[in-house]
Design a binder for this molecule. Structure first.
Ligand code: NAD
Length: 442
């Protein structure tokens, strides 16, 4: 331990976390920040949620949820007990003991890391930081962010990291809609800027999260999160590459994957689909690609997986066009219904959804496109896409209106019997149905 180390702040924080007397501030109340805030307050901590989006803070304060899989009563119960509140007033950062940042980390138009949300947040909160606080960054990012971006900034405000201010990186592994795991039961990886930071980071999380996995540095923790998502992107890329090949060979790839998955070791099942979606898998790997260049290295697996995965919507459209052609119809002018516009099943999140790219490509080729998704009664505003549509309900009459139906996202709530019985041609991108003359896998 550093001989000049003043243990006052360290010991005080340890005690506050241990006794659940610490106030927790969560910045960014989205898919990650909201469940995390609820987890802390359900464990008995006082939580202040910070966001720049007044709609979210107002809804939370009136006990209402704005995320489909989070029930209102979870929030209203905590509001009644006075354990949680939300604000856009960042001065209050000063009164919390543990600060957790869950703001977005997208890619910019050149597919490079966009840290502007993290930088903006830091700029806003810097005047309100005080001695004896711990700050944890949870946003996904490249190795070095905590050390190179956050640490110098906090130090520039006069704090001594590891002495009177503590800094950790702990990636979020939230899987929205997953019924088996939640924030509290997903083990939490954590790295500290110093040993004392790491120990306090463990104290910050261990009272609410079942298992904290400490690693040796913030860089190792940042890299861990990227490895997890790169692992997924590359393996999905692999099965997506095999999909057209299996198709030409007359082999059902889903059947093959299911059979391979019976091997009790050494195989992990990944399934092909219409492309990657969501805020994580299509984006995070490229944070490492960008950083690798600084070290004169190329991340070829990441680039190749990206290339294969982004080509999938066009493959689906080609298969749709071929199927219509077999039926003597051109894609131009045909009526196409896309089922599921969320990026994955059973969630109300459309970020980077490949279904929307499929819709755009179809429309570009002259198809008349509509969609059905119970999670989106009307087509939401998106940065890159605009469709003035409302969700078609799945009825016999509606389905039979369409020349072709594309199953893009296989929500459990869909009536699959109705779909199979009433579609003229069904393009199945999820392996939900047996391939037949009418059902084409894509
Ligand atoms: N969604 C997931 O499943 C998931 C899983 C693991 C990791 N992550 C990572 O967690 C981070 C957050 O993702 P998310 O899905 O919760 O994003 P989100 O878009 O759902 O939420 C982010 C929130 O931050 C708020 N915000 C933006 N700028 C702000 C600022 N300057 N100050 C305060 N609040 C601000 C936004 O208004 C929004 O409410 C990202 O880095 C993401 O990669 C997400």
């Amino acid at each position: 331990m550093n001989p000049e180390f003043n243990s006052k702040y360290y010991e005080l924080l340890q005690e506050k976390f241990h006794n659940k007397k610490a106030k927790i501030g969560i910045i960014g109340l989205g898919y990650v920040g909201l469940p995390l805030s609820l987890t802390y307050s359900e464990a008995g901590f006082q939580v202040i949620g910070f966001d720049i989006d007044t709609e979210k803070t107002e809804l939370l304060n009136s006990g209402k949820s704005y995320i489909q899989h989070i029930a209102d009563n979870r929030i209203s119960n905590l509001r009644e007990k006075g354990l949680i509140c939300a604000t856009t007033n960042f001065e209050k950062v000063n009164i919390v003991d543990g600060l957790i940042l869950c703001v977005p980390t997208p890619l910019n138009q050149y597919r490079e890391p966009d840290l502007s949300f993290i930088r903006k947040t830091m700029e806003t909160i810097l005047p309100y930081l005080r001695k004896g606080q711990i700050l944890s960054l949870e946003s996904t990012t490249y190795p070095g962010t905590t050390d190179e971006e956050l640490k110098p900034l906090i130090e520039s405000a006069g704090f001594k990291i590891g002495d009177n201010f503590f800094l950790v990186y702990s990636p979020e592994r939230e899987d929205p809609g997953n019924k088996e795991f939640n924030t509290a039961t997903i083990p939490k990886v954590l790295g500290g800027a110093t040993r004392e930071c790491k120990e306090l980071g463990i104290a910050l999380y261990e009272t609410v999260i079942r298992k904290v996995v400490a690693v040796s540095s913030t860089r190792a923790a940042e890299m861990t999160k990227l490895l997890e998502n790169i692992h997924r992107a590359v393996n999905i890329g692999l099965v997506n590459e095999l999909k057209p090949l299996a198709d030409r060979m007359g082999i059902d790839l889903h059947e093959v994957i299911r059979a391979a998955a019976t091997k009790p070791f050494g195989f992990v099942a990944y399934y092909p689909g219409p492309g990657l979606g969501g805020h994580c898998i299509p984006i995070d790997p490229f944070y490492l690609t960008w950083k690798a260049r600084e070290y004169g290295m190329h991340t070829r697996f990441i680039e190749l997986a990206g290339e294969i995965n982004t080509a999938m919507p066009a493959y689906v459209v080609q298969k749709t066009s071929d199927a219509l052609n077999e039926d003597g119809k051109p894609l131009n002018g045909s009526m196409v219904l896309v089922l599921g516009i969320a990026y994955k099943k059973n969630v109300d999140d459309m970020r980077e959804s490949p279904s929307v790219e499929v819709m755009k490509l179809l429309e570009k080729k002259g198809a008349k496109v509509n969609y059905s998704d119970p999670f989106f009664p009307s087509f939401p505003k998106m940065r890159r896409y605009s469709f003035n549509l409302t969700s078609e309900s799945i009825t016999k009459a509606n389905l039979s209106k369409y020349d072709v139906v594309i199953l893009a996202t296989d929500h459990d709530i869909f009536n699959y019997e109705m779909i199979i019985n009433n579609s003229q041609i069904l393009i199945d991108t999820r392996g939900r149905f047996e391939a037949t003359e009418k059902v084409i896998r894509a």
